[in-house]
Design a protein around this ligand. Sequence first.
Ligand code: SF4
Ligand code: SF4
Length: 278
Amino acid sequence: MNASIFNIQRYSLHDGGGIRSIVFFKGCPFRCPWCCNPESLSVHPQLMFKKSLCIQCSLANGVCTSAVEDCPTKAKSMIGEHKTIDEIMDVLIRDKVFYETSNGGITLSGGEVLLQQVAALELLSACKKQNLHTAIESTLALDIEQIHAWAKLCDRFLIDLKIMNPQKAKEVLGIDIHKVKENIKQLIHLNAEIIIRIPIVPTYTDSSENITGIISFMHEVGLKEVHLLPYHNLGESKYKSLNLSYSLYDAKPINDKIVEDIRQTFIDANINACIYGN
Ligand code: SF4
Ligand code: SF4
């Protein structure tokens, strides 16, 4: 079994507890305007070109004639590769001692990991055979196949809630919020541990109406913990490198006071809330 992934990030501290390795799956059917991983959107490997690194060593008529692997500065690179579960496990297992001493483990992220459910479940199963703690980051906005297997193999679900208004969620993100809610309820029914994550993005997710909608859903289903992820524009240069357009080019990072006020709103509603600066 192969998985299409674009990175394995070791020693991460913000994606599921303790020291973790994050496996980034490639491919996402949604289109959040603020997405900071545009290289995750296509499920296929793709060429990235960083103009600032190009020393113009192999140009003919303004076009680079060099193969990607021969580029001396890595100005040209391929993003994404197909790896077997064994190949991924070979990397993940190297840091087992760090996971064990920090209550950490493995997190599957993306992209949208539910696009590759067979491979993801196989990887989670391989992690469990090594007694590793497992988590996923997901929108939960797709049908979940083998939901019992997910609930059994994944110790912690980090679920994004972004725009709660169904029409806006569909128009802006392509996400069916009813499906997200239904999947969350099903996982809760199976005793899954769920933490909600909210990207705080100016004008898109930071309105009091949207935050109130998230709080009332969390109260309805009994969820008690939220992570707030303030918008940043660190992914902007990647859009240029991939020749993609980025609709938030002029957006500024969100004001700290607004994020703190949102955190306090959750606290006042008896929901644990912390801010992550990633
Ligand atoms: S090989 Fe790399 S550095 Fe040289 S021209 Fe091509 S992209 Fe630029
Ligand atoms: S769901 Fe995640 S990966 Fe997909 S577009 Fe939105 S932010 Fe990007």
